[in-house]
Write a protein that binds this ligand. Structure first.
Ligand SMILES: *Cc1c(COP(=O)(O)O)cnc(C)c1O
Length: 341
């Protein structure tokens, strides 16, 4: 298989990021959110490397995601809990459900399900049982009691409020562990770590808070092959809707990547490649991008690295760092470059 676009994945950066987050988590264990196919990188490749580094707690959203990891036999929790349709698979023990609702709790109890996790809502009002529903947990074997921070990437009063609400649960259940912090929560300080942290974004080089900027390395680097090189004259336009007009004679390379690959239209006239040397010109198409390569020789068949440092790329494209990762499409050949595994 020879795809004309590839995602270079730095396994050393991934495991270094995990070790950094584990260190910042203090005495708490450091898990890994690998939902959405490992935030677009490929959940199996991510999980193998993190398990090798010592990670023992993995989080996915759905049972299909858990089933895809079954061959690795890792401890996986399914954040969306169990629907009736999930029960047959859930009872095989392939993963633990994170029970979110009274109906999920009842379903798991009625089936005599084993160890589970439980999500408590402490103010985000997304998933989870309310604090005053703790009584429902009687009779469940709860491994991890967790909650999720709504605003950990900001300095919001919500953080301390959720921390207090969650800390007040300590000792009120027979849960083996407590877990609150996502990536940004890890940077909020040791109070937020409890027994287990659950970073996702930061593992993959995303920077959710400024404090983490110099601590984490880029993991995913999209590259694409030049499909055609052309010379355009002053006054000519490039791409859909002719939004870019050459001010002078310009050498243009057309790359095998587009918004269908997650190189979103927000990069039109804004993104770059080759460490800033080659600006994106005109509209990003579904499958193609044009670069100004006047600055360097660049021939049909050459490979070019798109600039994809997540905070900068997010600012340029208007997408979140999460969207830039999870949008990375199926057409990439995913190629791990370091020799750690
Ligand atoms: C996605 C998710 C995480 C990881 O969040 P990041 O911001 O990517 O670190 C942790 N916990 C829960 C419940 C999640 O849904």
């Amino acid at each position: 298989m020879t795809a004309p676009l590839r995602l270079r994945l730095d396994g050393q950066a991934l495991t270094d990021n995990w070790r950094t987050l584990a260190r910042m988590s203090g005495r708490a264990a450091c898990g890994a959110a690998i939902k959405a196919d490992g935030y677009g990188l490929g959940a199996i490749g991510v999980a193998i490397r993190l398990a090798d580094a010592g990670c023992r707690d993995f989080f996915v959203a759905t049972w299909a995601e858990a089933a895809a990891l079954a061959s690795l036999a890792l401890p996986v929790s399914v954040l969306h809990g169990v629907r009736e349709e999930d029960m047959a698979l859930a009872l095989t023990g392939v993963a633990r459900p994170v029970l979110n609702t009274a109906a999920q709790v009842a379903r798991w109890k009625a089936a005599g399900g084993g160890a589970c996790d439980v999500m408590i809502d402490t103010g985000m009002n997304r998933l989870g049982l309310s604090v005053d529903a703790l009584g429902l947990l009687e009779g469940l074997r709860v491994d991890t009691l967790m909650s999720h921070l709504a605003c950990a990437d900001e300095d919001s009063v919500m953080n301390a409020r959720q921390l207090a609400a969650f800390a007040a649960l300590a000792g009120r259940t027979r849960a083996r562990r407590l877990s609150l912090a996502n990536s940004a929560g890890v940077a909020l300080g040791s109070d937020y770590a409890f027994d287990l942290t659950r970073p996702g974004l930061a593992l993959y080089g995303g920077i959710p808070r400024a404090e983490m900027r110099d601590l984490l390395a880029q993991v995913a680097m999209p590259e694409a092959q030049v499909l055609q090189r052309r010379r355009v004259s002053a006054g000519d336009t490039v791409g859909y809707n002719a939004t870019w007009t050459a001010a002078r004679q310009t050498e243009v390379a057309i790359l095998n990547i587009g918004y269908a690959d997650g190189y979103f239209r927000g990069f039109s006239d804004a993104g770059s490649a080759g460490g800033g040397r080659f600006p994106v010109i005109g509209r990003v198409s579904m499958d193609l991008v044009a670069l100004d390569v006047t600055a360097a020789p660049m021939a049909e068949g050459d490979w070019v690295a798109l600039d994809y440092a997540l905070p900068e790329a997010a600012a340029l494209s208007g997408m979140s760092q999460y969207e830039l990762l999870t949008g990375l499409g199926a057409r990439f050949e995913r190629r791990w470059i370091s020799a750690t595994v």
